[in-house]
Design a protein. Structure first.
Length: 265
């Protein structure tokens, strides 16, 4: 029969309380021992077992890398390795795999914890499944990409002439998408003229002016003439600090109708 002093009983009760509390947090928690070969796990809570599908006897004594798989990026692994080597708090979102092979996005935070009484450093890993959030972000990113693509339509109006009517606000991403769309279109259509209509553009910045420069250079190399229409007085005023379009000998008109009339002559 084991006999314990009051202090020992109190310590056991405290440890049991801490263990029960950690088991009930909404995240997986593991502790690893870097003093042992390959820094194995020496503790995991119920949240980690629920998250991964493994039981304690299947994972204790193993390095956490067994959660990695085919789509785990080397950059994420490298960041974790460096954080452990440098004994720094490390945060990473990494693709891991459950026991049944199901992939999930793991929001992993690693904390180095020095236990003075034991004279040793341990690592505490806190893990959370953020797969739904990542999927939503990817879906939103796809939708935004499609919106940008559809917001730069290229409309063929007659043989050798197309119109690019721009609507809304132009940012760097949209300008890049616009350049890609135009290059593909002109390569296939062999247009002589591309009319870029700015009458519905809401605001202007340096990126807009640089985009016009890049568009003109691109089309010039492809043998297509860039024509600008719909320039508002505000555009002309705001363009002064950024660009002097007279250097490009651009053809500019008040409207697409006027541009077409001039081109047809």
């Amino acid at each position: 029969m084991d006999y314990y002093t009051f202090d020992k009983l109190e310590e056991i009760q405290q440890n049991e309380f801490i263990k029960a509390a950690i088991d009930r947090v909404g995240a997986g928690v593991v502790i690893t021992d870097p003093e042992q070969e390959d820094n194995p796990m020496i503790y995991c809570n119920q949240g980690f077992k629920d998250l991964t599908g493994y039981e304690s006897h299947e994972i204790l004594g193993r390095n956490c890398r067994f959660l990695q798989g085919e789509e785990t990026t080397p950059a994420s692994v490298k960041k974790l390795k460096k954080g452990i080597e440098d004994q720094e708090v490390t945060y990473v979102e990494i693709k891991n795999y459950k026991k049944d092979g199901t992939p999930f996005w793991n929001e992993l935070q690693i904390y180095p914890v020095y236990v003075e009484q034991m004279g040793q450093m341990y690592f505490v890993g806190v893990q959370k499944d953020v797969t739904k959030r990542r999927e939503q972000e990817e879906l939103i990113g796809h939708y935004l990409s499609e919106v940008k693509r559809l917001s730069t339509p290229i409309v063929p109006v007659e043989e050798g002439i197309s119109v690019l009517p721009l609507v809304g606000t132009l940012d760097d991403d949209r300008l890049q998408q616009m350049l890609e769309n135009v290059s593909h279109h002109v390569m296939e259509s062999k247009d002589d003229y591309l009319i870029m209509d700015l009458s519905a553009v809401h605001s202007y910045n340096e990126g807009v002016h640089m985009g016009i420069y890049q568009m003109n250079q691109l089309l010039d190399l492809m043998g297509t003439t860039l024509v600008i229409t719909g320039i508002k007085p505000s555009f002309a005023i705001e363009s002064t600090p950024f660009a002097d379009f007279t250097d490009l000998s651009l053809q500019t008109y008040a409207s697409v109708k006027q541009a077409l009339q001039s081109i047809r002559k």
